[in-house]
Ligand binder design. Structure first.
Ligand code: PHE
Length: 449
């Protein structure tokens, strides 16, 4: 087997893992989910669920990953003694690899739109009307071209391996992302109308907190946002150095991911109400707040256009932020099939990354060409159904199939007092009983709706 590589430091891992977690999910869906689900009440529910349910599931992936030091397929299929456990493990692992790849195929398409809008900011500043028009209109050619550019960036990073590719780029991009965010927040908050958005975002409407739909959306959001279920965190965990304290590191990843989702709300909602102040429509006909593509690719660009010259800069900064957020997530998705392929086939990582990347790009092209028929379906099947389902199985493996003492020994390598810690009192029963049951509840909801 080839040298697997590992993250050179705790900081490197933190940047990579938060890079994976912080993505379009945080910046795009968290703020609007919050606005339509009781503002501060949703933020609170999200925070509680992220720590009480998503964090234990994240820990299951990180611990299994570092314990087995292998990709999701080898990790799960090697866990049990009986052939049933081995087969279920293998099937689950392969399904995870497939879902990570399919998520990447649509994610790269969406990320391509972000890149097109990034260039559009330049075209607008240079008064290139025709280019601007092409870049901002939804068309198959534009979608495929920008998706291919984005896929090339993703492949380029992953082909360089863990330390020289993923870690190096995450270390560069994540600080840039945070700087851009803070700058955008500072600017957006000065706009007229911003405080109305801030109020909607932060003032809790507690009458909604007992609404099961709110809890379900918060939980789904937390799972997608922490990149759970598809083996991403497992494979990243497999590259963590032995001496790191896993429970503390995992808690930090959860905290940073949540904090950045929260910060994104300080951009999106004030910006929406600033747009309303400028006379733009920010509610759908059914009274709900605009979200989804309409928000990112129509309302916000119209707001930027109405800002005059500074609008070009703000638009450039905003779509750069989106592209960076998407890239650090997409490299973690590509790493899942690439890690599996490198450990399974006798070919170099570089070559396999190109092969796997090309296959996934082919799927993106199929999606782009049959957009109306396939896109929503693929998003639902992967994120709404498969991710929680896989999440259950991984928790079940951590709770029931892996040997508990071995997992404890793994944690103790970087946290000698683990056995007497609160973490070790709570986590084992959590992954055994609570997590699977609660995730099943979410899953059932998703199927019913
Ligand atoms: N967490 C990423 C986001 O918030 C999405 C993601 C899902 C990344 C699954 C990797 C694996 O956008």
């Amino acid at each position: 087997m080839q040298n697997r590589g590992q993250f050179s430091s705790r900081f490197g891992f933190l940047m990579a893992a938060t890079g994976s977690a912080v993505g379009l999910g945080n910046i795009w869906s968290f703020p609007t989910n919050t606005a339509s689900n009781g503002g501060g009440a949703f933020v609170l529910a999200y925070f509680i669920l992220a720590f009480s349910l998503a964090y234990p599931a994240l820990m299951a992936e990180l611990i299994i990953g570092r314990h087995t030091r292998s990709n999701i397929v080898a990790a799960l299929s090697g866990a049990g003694q009986r052939s049933l456990a081995r087969n279920v493990g293998k099937f689950t692992g392969l399904y995870g690899v497939l879902i990570a790849s399919v998520i990447l195929s649509f994610y790269a398409l969406v990320a391509g739109w972000m890149m097109a809008h990034l260039l559009a900011a330049v075209a607008a500043a240079a008064q290139y009307e025709r280019a601007l028009d092409w870049l901002t209109s939804f068309g198959t050619a534009r979608n495929v071209i920008f998706c291919s550019l984005f896929s090339l960036l993703t492949i380029f990073v992953v082909a360089h391996g863990i330390e020289r590719g993923i870690e190096r780029w995450s270390r560069r991009l994540m600080p840039a992302l945070i700087t851009l965010m803070l700058a955008l927040i500072a600017y957006v908050l000065t706009l007229p109308g911003a405080t109305t958005g801030l109020q909607l975002y932060l003032l809790p409407d507690f009458s909604q907190i007992s609404n099961p739909q709110l809890l379900i959306s918060a939980l789904g959001q937390a799972f997608f946002s922490l990149s759970l279920g598809v083996g991403t965190m497992m494979v990243y965990g497999s590259y963590i150095r032995a001496e790191e304290n896993l429970p503390a590191t995992g808690a930090l990843v959860t905290l940073i991911d949540t904090a950045i989702a929260f910060l994104a709300g300080l951009i999106i909602l004030p910006a929406l109400f600033a747009a309303q102040r400028k006379g733009l429509q920010i509610y759908n006909t059914d009274g709900s707040l605009i979200s989804g593509p309409g928000l990112i690719f129509e309302t916000l660009p119209m707001l930027f256009a109405a800002m005059g010259v500074i609008g070009y800069l703000v638009s450039f900064a905003f779509f750069t932020l989106m592209t960076i957020a998407a890239l650090t997530s997409s490299i973690s998705m590509l790493e899942v099939p690439v890690a599996y392929a490198t450990e399974r086939f006798e070919l170099s990582r570089r070559r396999l990354t190109w092969i796997v990347g090309a296959l996934i790009f082919t799927c993106s092209t199929v999606l782009a060409v049959n957009f109306d028929a396939l896109f929503d379906l693929v998003v639902d099947v992967t994120t709404k159904y498969s991710q929680p389902l896989l999440g259950i199985v991984i928790c079940v493996f951590a709770g029931w199939v892996f040997n508990r003492n071995r997992l404890l020994a793994e944690i103790q390598r970087g946290y000698p007092n683990a056995e007497h810690s609160l973490f070790w009192k709570l986590w084992p029963p959590y992954v055994r009983y609570f997590c699977p049951l609660l995730i099943i509840a979410v899953f059932a909801q998703a199927v019913i709706h």
